[in-house]
Design a binder for this molecule. Structure first.
Ligand SMILES: [Zn+2]
Length: 444
């Protein structure tokens, strides 16, 4: 890739959901190949100048490559998309696998291992946490991600350090990765004396209020409390909901009901929602309708769900663990896919590569029949749910923050890891070298 500030990228294919409808309609009059039609890819050329997209010229069979004396990059029909957005991560737990692995691979095993690492051994000091969290950011950035929301475990002894590091990293990575933080606590914590003060601390860092929601006789009271605190401070909400296979687990339903009751107008995101997939159709349908009505966004974590759900010793898993992504999408709910945990007790693998998330998500949830506009689930949809609506379009005047692949169709895209992808930020190809694992050696 050249470094000039003004150049063309010719012969690219853009998923048409990222293009203005006025330009997209020209598509209808052209004779596109079956692959382009099936994958909804729009052939065009892009002019980049001073970090922005200056022109988008459709490339139909009778059209010419722009005549120019500017430098040209020939993408050879490769797919180009806006940078990724990762709506649900746990940067604070990342990369502690070797130190405290989850050897039985269960959800309980994960909780215990993290508790051991964070609360018993008190490993999450400033240096440890800063370096592990930044390692995750380096991976994300190199893979082509532009914005990340991380949940932060908030046992009382940890809050100050975690919030301080979050602030520092958000500042340091500004312009590269937009960073958001959500509190991760049991909802009951907001009922304690410290609860209100904690809500103020979240507001103070510009964070999002959240926690793990579990079925309990007190659930509606807990929800009332957190919704009230969030409303008073004008904060968004983000919950871990129904991360289990129990059909009786219907916290998503309770969250949607509470949102409607409070007339809550800030964005709510619910993650996991696995149990929705094991409920009878009628029950699930009713919840989905409420979720739609309440304007709640759903983030599915397909890799982590595949790993933790239905794990029983010496038995082969029978279900994939994911929520009803297709049914939610069909009902008009905004559905995103995200990384979740990364080489920690909740997921022993991962590298914050959103292409891998999309690839795995497509295969786990059958999003290939058809691909439709599911690529939005790792780009524009999570961006909108994070309030970053300027991210996720490829249009004139937008920053040239793009990921270019050699793959010319979704089948090619999702068959290789695409490690040779080109990540363009403000018009310039960045160094996509991943951080070396040895950077963390002395923390283990
Ligand atoms: Zn999570």
């Amino acid at each position: 890739m050249p470094v000039p500030s003004h150049y063309w990228i010719i012969n690219v294919r853009i998923p048409d959901c990222f293009i203005d409808s006025a330009i997209r309609e020209q598509n209808l009059e052209s004779n596109l190949s079956t692959t382009l039609q099936r994958d909804r890819l729009f052939p065009c050329h892009l002019e980049i100048s001073d970090g922005q997209i200056l022109q988008l010229v459709p490339d139909f069979q009778d059209s010419q490559i722009p005549i120019t004396n500017l430098p040209i990059v020939d993408a050879k029909q490769g797919i180009i998309i806006p940078c990724f957005v990762d709506l649900h991560t746990h940067l604070d737990k990342g990369h502690l696998w070797e130190r405290n692995p989850n050897l039985d691979g269960t959800f309980q095993g994960a909780l215990q291992a993290v508790h051991r690492d964070c609360a018993e051994q008190r490993n999450w000091n400033y240096d440890d946490l800063y370096r592990r969290m930044e390692f995750g950011l380096k991976c994300s950035y190199a893979h082509g991600t532009k914005a990340i929301r991380t949940h932060l475990d908030c046992p009382p002894h940890q809050i100050k350090t975690s919030f301080q590091i979050f602030r520092e990293l958000r500042e340091k990575w500004k312009g590269k990765v937009s960073l958001q933080a959500v509190s991760l606590v049991q909802l009951a914590y907001f009922e304690t004396q410290e609860g209100e003060q904690f809500a103020d601390m979240i507001a103070d860092i510009g964070g999002i209020m959240g926690g793990t929601v579990r079925m309990s006789p007190d659930l509606d009271r807990y929800l009332d409390r957190i919704f009230t605190l969030a409303k008073e401070r004008n904060l968004c909400l983000d919950f871990h909901a129904d991360e289990n296979d129990n059909p009786e687990s219907r916290t998503l339903h309770h969250i949607a009901e509470t949102a409607l009751k409070h007339g809550f107008s800030s964005q709510i995101v619910c993650g996991h929602c696995c149990s929705l997939a094991v409920q009878d159709e009628e029950t699930a349908k009713e919840t989905i309708a409420l979720v739609k009505q309440a304007g709640i966004g759903i983030v599915s974590l397909p890799m982590c769900n595949l790993y933790l759900q239905d794990r029983v010793a010496e038995r082969t898993p029978r279900w994939r663990g994911v929520t009803l992504v297709r049914e939610l999408d069909a009902a008009g709910v905004s559905v995103a896919l995200s990384s979740d945990n990364c080489r920690d007790p909740f997921y022993g693998f991962g590298d914050h590569d959103m292409l891998q998330v999309f690839s795995m998500g497509t295969k786990i949830c059958h999003l290939d029949t058809p691909y439709d506009n599911w690529i939005e689930s790792v780009t524009s949809r999570p961006a909108a749910l994070m309030g970053l609506s300027d991210i996720g379009k490829i249009s004139i005047g937008q920053p040239a923050d793009l990921v270019l692949f050699k793959a010319r169709s979704y089948s090619e895209l999702l068959s290789r890891p695409q490690s040779d992808r080109i990540v363009i930020r403000n018009g310039v190809a960045i160094d996509t070298t991943l951080p070396d694992y040895s950077e963390l050696d002395d923390l283990l």
